[in-house]
Design a binder for this molecule. Structure first.
Ligand code: PEP
Ligand code: MN
Length: 263
């Protein structure tokens, strides 16, 4: 399907690579969210992420603060001027996020695998003009990923982007999720106007892999990076081993070598 897409860039966001989206895996407390947001804003980050509804592999862990956290994201917008992004997995999440004025939505890897869930989100977004980023499905299925874009496009959404967060495998020695770079590269061949972000946090699963994976993404001409950051990574209620402080994020981003292709 030929898709005519529009820019996901909101006013004031520098189009230069890499576009950075950062913030904690989960919104935990108002203090943690505001702490992360102020530190990131002071480093020039323009788009803040935080999960409010968390799809956890097993029950019993922290499953997200829920709608209460949307109020904290509203406060982030007001106090820092950053745009705010959160994950939606159901139509109720969509309605609540829109009501709270969330600027960017993303669909998580465990949702992209489910066409019913993606269609429900697409239907809930009919007639709404908001950027939506779609993470790859957990399994290496490019058609399923493309199908999710087609469902949102079919509902009238034009500001779409992809997030490559790696693919699940039984062997997790090196990566939490295998990068299988050829898959996002093939996605770009099939959908040349689609902006692509890399999420080195969920690919690597360890903070020391964030810098090399981010550099690889830049070398492959990805448009942006979604990187998890937390004021106290080791204290995080989810994904502690892969989060970095806003200071480290700034350091990592500034070390990236950006080679822009010339014709
Ligand atoms: C997340 O971004 O925190 C998350 C749950 O990611 P994924 O859907 O990639 O597992
Ligand atoms: Mn996470």
């Amino acid at each position: 399907m030929e898709m005519e897409l529009e820019s996901i860039l909101l006013p004031g966001v520098d189009p230069q690579r890499p576009i950075i989206i950062s913030g904690p895996c989960s919104a935990e407390t108002e203090e943690q969210v505001m702490g992360a947001a102020h530190q990131l804003a002071s480093k020039g980050v323009k788009i803040f992420r935080a999960g409010i509804w968390k799809p956890r592999t097993k029950p019993g862990g922290f499953e997200g603060i829920g709608a209460e956290g949307l109020q904290w994201l509203k406060r982030v917008k007001k106090e820092t001027g950053m745009y705010v992004a959160t994950e939606v997995a159901t139509k109720d999440h969509v309605f609540e996020a829109l009501k709270a004025g969330i600027d960017i939505l993303w669909i998580g890897a465990r949702t992209t695998v489910n066409p019913f869930a993606v269609q429900e989100i697409a239907d809930a977004l009919k007639g709404v003009d908001i950027p939506v980023l779609i993470k790859n499905p957990v399994n290496p299925d490019l058609e399923l990923w493309i199908g999710a874009f087609e469902r949102l496009y079919g509902a009238g959404l034009r500001r779409l982007g992809a997030i490559h967060r790696g693919f699940s495998s039984y062997d997790k020695k090196m990566y939490r999720n295998l990068p299988l770079w050829h898959i996002p590269i093939e996605l770009r061949r099939r959908m040349p106007n689609l902006p692509i972000f890399c999420d080195p946090s969920h690919i690597g699963g360890k903070r020391e892999l964030i810098a090399p994976l981010s550099q690889q993404a830049m070398d492959l001409s990805f448009d942006g990076l979604m990187i998890e950051s937390h004021p106290c990574p080791d204290c995080a209620w989810s994904d502690a081993s892969q989060q970095i402080t806003p200071d480290v994020l700034d350091y990592v981003v500034n070390l990236l070598v950006i080679r822009n292709e010339t014709q």
